[in-house]
Structure formats: C-alpha cells, structure tokens
Design a protein around this ligand. Sequence first.
Ligand code: SAM
Ligand code: SF4
Length: 351
Amino acid sequence: MSEVIEKPPVALKSAPLAADGALVDPFGRRISYLRVSVTDRCDLRCVYCMPERMEFLPRKEVLSLEELERLIRAFMRHGVRKVRLTGGEPLVRKGVFTLIDNLGDAARRGDLDEVTLTTNGTLLAENAARLSDAGVKRINLSLDTLDPDRFQRITRRRKLDDVLKGIDAAQKEGLAIKLNTVAMKQENASEIPTMIEWAHGRGIDLTLIEIMPLGEVDQDRMDQYLPLTQVREDLDRRWTLSPIGLRTGGPARYVRVEETGGKLGFISPLTNNFCDDCNRVRLTCTGQLYMCLGQDDNADFRSVMRSGADDAALDRAIAAAITRKPKGHDFAIRERGAAPAVSRRMSATGG
Ligand code: SAM
Ligand code: SF4
C-alpha cells in the first residue's frame, strides 16, 4: 500500500507518540511494521549470510514464543499493523505455529493488517496448508537460482527440489509469493533474466537484493557484490521496464516488465539509499530491537521483560527505543578485506 509521509526538515525532539498512540520516530516516520526473527537457526548456509560452521545461540538466550508474542502485542498497542516473521529460517523453530496462529487470529479480529513470513522454502511443502489456515495470505521466499548445482554452491545444501515443491504447494493453497533473489557477481548474474521470466510466468513477482555487508562470512564481500545499477542496465537493454509508483515504506523500488507482465523490485541499499520513508523496526530472537538494519544501536527488551517489567514499563521502553531510530544506514562495500558495516548477520536481525 502506498504511503505518503510528510517529513519535517529537522529531527523532532518531542515524545515519539502520535495523538492516536502510534509510534513516530524523530524524523516524523510512523513505525507500523515489525519484523521478528523467531530463531537464528537455519537449515541452509547461504554464502552471503553465514559461514559453513555456524555457532547458534544457546536456547536460554532466545526468547520463548510467549515472550515474543508479548513483545509483538506491545508493539501492536502502539500502532504496528504488519508483522513479518523471519529468521534464520522461521519454519525450523519448534512450535512456531502457536505464534503464527495467534497472530493470524489477531489479523482476523482486525488488530493487525497482515501477518506474513520470509522463508527459504525448504519446509514449505509440508507447511503451506497450515500457513493458509492460520490466515497468512502471502509470503516472501528467498531463491537465488533454479540450477541444482548452483543452489548447492550458494546455500551449501542440496535442497532445490524441496523449495520448488514448496512453491507448488504454496501456490496450490492460494498463498501469494514474492521471490527475493540476491544478486551475486560470481554466481547468478547471468541467470537473473531467466529467474525473472520463470517467476513472472508463474504469477510470482520478484525482487532483486543487493548484497549487504552484514557479519563475517567465508568469502570476501567484494567477490560477491554485484551492484544492482549494473543489473538494471542489462535488463533495460533486454526489456521495457516501466516504473511503478508503488511505495511500501520499504527499501524496494518497483518496475513492471512489459514483456512478461510481472512486477520487478530492486532493493539496493548500497547504490541507492532509500531510508526516507522507512516504517519498520526489527526484533531479534534474543529480544534486541534494532531501529535500523544497517546500524549497531539496539534496545534490549529481553532484560526489560525478564526483570519483571509490566506492560506499562514495556510500553515506555518501546517509546524510548523509537526516539533512537536513526535517519538511515551507512552501508558500503568499497574495498577488499574490509570489515563488515555491522558485525551481526542478517540471520540475527531478520532480513
Ligand atoms: N531464512 C529465510 C530466508 O532466507 O528467506 C529468512 C531469513 S533471511 C536472513 C532473509 C533474507 O535476507 C533472504 O532473502 C536472504 O537472501 C537475505 N540476506 C541474507 N544475508 C544477506 C546479505 N548479506 N545481503 C543481502 N541479503 C541478505
Ligand atoms: Fe538461512 Fe535465510 Fe541466511 Fe540463507 S539467507 S542462510 S536461508 S537465514
């Protein structure tokens, strides 16, 4: 849904609550979207996301599903209307459907506009019907290639078939899918047009994502990074790309590919900084709230909750955290061997 946001020229110093109780950050942006990483664990090891040998968090550090739901409901009291569950891989978290079902009920009652998730799709075949029953209407699915060997190189696991079965099952259940495809210089650059044609041919929109320097991985980011400006130039030569004025409060900018009839998004935090209408904050599975994906500042809600805070104290902590939302990120991939812009991985913050 498009959203027009009137921004004041300078940061406001006032309390971050609008008259209707909604959260407004120091730059006048209403925060209506919460992304929640329900686990840091994953059954894949994508080369841009994690090293092969990952040390996952001890369970006691991870919020219980009840704690996560309590926090999500606190944000809902302050005008959050959309919740996206992500990870790690959200479908590997045991019992996650308790949370999904409860949020689906909240959406049915009109307390949320949408509950959705971002998944790698490996467990979708067995879960698509359950998601649909819970009231999930659309999902984002991450897929970077249709080639089994390339899939194995990128994810370090041989599971492309499971993902494709998951896509079939989800579409059979009537779930709308958006594909997220990370553009990689050495892997899928040449396959991007084929992916777009394949997705659009199935009625699936696709968004290309630029690699972000989040956390240490086993490869140099310079070898992975493919600027989307370059991809866009190639696609412009091949097809007619008509800009669509669709703004979702997120980083993606959309075009329609006239020849395929499908929508194509570009998330290019490095070649284009689109933070001006950012409407979201991100909660990790350990209860840290990140006000910006590209900054290290965070607010620790696990200690607030585990120290016995009542709902009023939780509400105050949320309002205080939103005053710290920065204007934007400062990602860059400029030189070989450079340290990541932020030390945590996307799987910790939830992409
Ligand atoms: N496991 C789920 C999945 O892959 O869809 C959800 C979590 S994953 C961290 C969310 C998204 O982040 C995926 O689309 C993934 O491709 C993207 N991602 C992970 N690390 C990234 C990075 N360093 N730069 C850009 N995108 C990244
Ligand atoms: Fe797992 Fe998603 Fe990270 Fe790939 S991008 S390793 S599927 S969390």
